[in-house]
Design a protein around this ligand. Sequence first.
Ligand code: ADP
Length: 398
Amino acid sequence: MSEHVLVINAGSSSLKYSLIDAGSGKAAGSGLVERIGEAEGRHLHRGPDGETSTDGKIDTHEDALRAALDAFETHGPSLDAVEVAAVGHRVVHGGSRFADPVLIDDELIDAVTALVPLAPLHNPANLEGMRVARRLFPELPQVAVFDTAFHQTLEPAAYTYAVPLAWRDDHDIRRYGFHGTSHAFVSAESARFLGRDPAGLNVIVLHLGNGCSAAAIRGGVSVDTSMGMTPLEGLVMGSRSGDLDPAIHAHLVRELGWTVEEVDHALNFDSGLKGLAGGNDFRELSTRVEAGDPVAQLAFDVYCHRIKKYVGAYYAVLGTVDAIVFTAGVGQNGADVRAASLGGLERLGIRIDAQRNDAAADGSRLVSADDSPVAVLVIPTNEEWQIAREALAVVGGS
Ligand code: ADP
């Protein structure tokens, strides 16, 4: 019998949910509640009969989850009929403490609360999701799956920032890395796709969505990753700057009189592609590039240049590379990004096949030439499935 897990991803004003068949990875039902606490909220539910959308005020995360339960009841699939085995929660920051998924109890809630200073934008919403789901499903085991957990294998040389010891010892300032659920899923899938034992495979994964990160994975183990203490570091993202000279922060405060909150907000929400070209949607950017818009072209070039730098860096970290894997919205769909960021790397054994790369296709696929020593793959990520499998493993399912 298949086992289902209700996967919950609570954001500050949104709640995503998916009822995942942990065997197949298919979502029997899913939905998104947006603009929680605003004047007009929206709830989109996908069930066996397609999509339904409801507009109306949704005050709290508890109301959002109740709306989800009502939608399962009204539009299906019935949660009673599928027998949910567990609830799996995506939790962004697990600090140094959590290298594995954990059963949620009061102690776990306290531990995640203690990590709020490391992830003030994310952990409070994740905590709210956990509290609400525990109230509404008191009988179901609930599991926290941390975005940082997969990267807890980084060696000190990779995770330590060159800052005073007291910062590191007293304030937990170090690289943690994020998107771990996606990097774990995609690297394992790439081994399966290539018919190789994951233990013998060196992979660079490029997760390019709204948030973007690269990871160097040796034998299924993360050895380096581009996001740092927070998800701001590394690649250029939809609205996050990625790497920049830390002195820019001080410059903005000193010369422009900005507050720390203003700087933080600008780097997280007004930078990246949005800062470079006015918008964070990559499809629109690509259309503007094709139309010859120089502002969009520069944004595209900065984005791809940063990816190329990380590919080179992680090639050096790994020593040998078997596969480079693109995933998430831009990675899976942006043939132009794949071509530009890996162009000119033939001497590293990386040869994209233009026809394969440009072919419109879904699903896992090879986009490098047959004679390319490094395989270049597109592997659709499925974080919900990974969370469902990990949650089920914790509660003793198959
Ligand atoms: P997240 O899960 O981080 O919110 P996604 O993985 O859904 O993000 O990726 C969102 C990004 O993918 C957006 O920039 C979007 O424009 C881009 N994207 C989606 N479809 C395409 C496409 N067909 N071509 C290029 N970019 C795309």
